[in-house]
Design a protein around this ligand. Sequence first.
Ligand SMILES: [Zn+2]
Length: 372
Amino acid sequence: MINKERLFATFIELCSIDSEPTCERLMADRLTELLTSLGFHVTEDDTGGKIGGTAGNLYARLEGTSAGEPLLFSCHLDRVVPGNGVKPRIERDYIVSDGTTVLGADDASGLAAILEGITALIQANKPYPTIELVLTVAEELALVGSRHFDVSQVASRVGFILDAGGSVGEIVIQAPEQIKFTAVFHGRKAHAGFAPEAGISAIQIAGVAISRMVLLRIDAETTANIGSIFTSGPTNIVPDRCELQGEVRSLQSAKVQSHTASLVEVMERAAHEFGGTVEISIVPCYPAYTLDRNSEPAARAARAAARIGVPVRFKSTGGGSDANIFNSRGLPSVVLSCGYEKVHTTEERIPLAQPVLLTEWVLAIIDDSPAK
Ligand SMILES: [Zn+2]
């Protein structure tokens, strides 16, 4: 039923469309065109305007031809930088980029599988339940697109997010909460040669604070990282400003809170010791979720994977996805592995067999849909 040539052509076309976060206009237009031609009713929300982007989230609905319950599939339209000017090509048994950009298989793999699956169903005249799609923008910016999406318009009781690395058959049922923080250290300017004792170095305060932080792997379910330090100035001035940006993640909300508090304490103590100050702002990005293996979306994805003959594996991830948002808003959703490798790097690639298996998986999930 699946047409591999058409699937690969769609995959490659989608990868070739520029779609870095908040610049998804071309991708949103092309998806709208393709889905409309399949019979979907597509609407776009006003998230683009709210987040300074060129496109909003797409919600698409295809009325079912069977009595099955509606099902939600979801992908994101954006990809990480460098994600414009992608030149995908087939090299031996993989689809790869030319090495100067990511491939964008994250998340074109999911989009292509959905398009091919639905096309195949329609052409084969097979019955299908109502299919809903949510295609989000700016997922790669800590899920900012889905955070603006109105989940209440979704009729489906369960969701399948096609958006994880790893082999088809792997099902993500657990993901962490994340917060981001910004800390601005303030010291006092002084001439570094004539009167350094009159100055307070904001860089030195930040350095001492960082040296006291517990970072990276905190425990099996908790991580923390400083991603940026912003400051610049001439060498002859004691710097009075230094900004840090970091994040904390954990599968347990209490651990996010307690580890963040420990970092705040370290930064405030260092600022105090040097006679400086620090302003810290903490922004929650998304909540954690844990779904049972027997929960409806997990069990259905597992049954479908078994039916297409791939090994089923439930896994926990250290990364967030739109499933964090959907789960937190009462729409139980698992994330399906889409087969891509070395994600978020210019070596990103996907074995040719994987998009085909992913399409089969989508079809098997739809076929399993119980009668209403
Ligand atoms: Zn992704």
